[in-house]
Design a protein around this ligand. Structure first.
Ligand code: PRT
Ligand code: MG
Length: 234
């Protein structure tokens, strides 16, 4: 005799919890505070950096959270593996996924995407006269677009960290990287020569999921909107 099917087995999409992708690393703590204000409480393991778990239940039975690398949050949401997420606007700008809709600025993890170069060469010649320049960055698309907009071809050396070492070791003339207080640049003899964009974290949703599950996802967006309003007013 065949085992009876449950409703969940027959309609997995209708009954499966929504997945919210959250970045581990430096934004995790600030995300936790925003989630709490929105009334979302992940299981305690979520803040444990040593756990091997990546998916956590929350106080909402219809919502689970996953903890992924900051750069991967947008990808999980763009492909619909997660329906909602929190992600830096730097990452959104780099990938420029059409499937990702960013309805709310959460005003956390603020910094800037900047062009920087060694203090001794900064201002030594006119960048608008360059035809090409070598740039080290973990943001190849942002960097390429920025220089292309002024007719300069950027040859990108793609790194995933320690960009600040590149100019002093002759890997590139410039870097494009995130800057907050500026102390990392200073410690490495670099100065900001241009700000490309201001950065903060955004609530993001998958456009198709928003169309197919407007009530559940709309309610979550509303929870975050109210949390932000309360924060702003109080
Ligand atoms: O660790 P992993 O390789 O997975 O990724 P990651 O280290 O890039 O991620 P993580 O966890 O650091 O988070 C990155 C996200 O945090 C970015 O996508 C931004 O949206 C946000 N954010 C905000 C920052 C900063 N501020 C920031 N200052 N991310 C990185 N920095 C780094 C910057 O790259 C530089 O090395 O801090 C240094 C500069 O800080 P100051 O204060 O010295 O200027
Ligand atoms: Mg990190």
């Amino acid at each position: 005799m065949t085992a009876p099917y449950t409703a969940a087995a027959l309609e997995p999409e209708a009954t499966a919890p929504l997945i919210m992708a959250l970045p581990k690393g430096r934004i995790l703590e600030q995300c936790g505070a925003v989630l709490a204000r929105a009334g979302i409480v992940p299981s305690p393991d979520y803040v444990n950096e040593n756990t091997r778990h990546m998916r956590f239940a929350t106080n909402d039975p219809n919502l689970d959270v996953i903890r992924v690398r900051s750069f991967d949050v947008a990808t999980f949401v763009a492909f619909g593996a997660a329906q909602i997420g929190i992600c830096g606007s730097d990452v959104l700008q780099e990938f420029d996924y059409s499937e990702v809709y960013a309805p709310l600025d959460l005003r956390i993890a603020k910094c800037r995407v900047c062009v920087a170069e060694p203090a001794e060469t900064a201002g030594s010649d006119d960048p608008s006269r360059w035809s090409r320049v070598r740039v080290a960055s973990k943001y190849p698309n942002i960097a390429r677009r920025h220089f292309a907009s002024r007719g300069v071809q950027a040859d990108i050396v793609e790194l995933s960290g320690a960009m600040e070492l590149a100019p002093m070791l002759g890997l590139s003339r410039l870097i494009v990287d995130l800057v907050d207080t500026g102390s990392t640049l200073r410690a490495n003899g670099l100065v900001v020569t241009e700000t490309i964009a201001d950065v903060s974290s955004r609530l993001i949703v998958n456009r198709t999921a928003l169309k197919t599950q407007p009530e559940a996802i709309g309610a979550l967006i509303e929870q975050f909107r109210k949390a932000l309003e309360a924060d702003f007013c109080g």
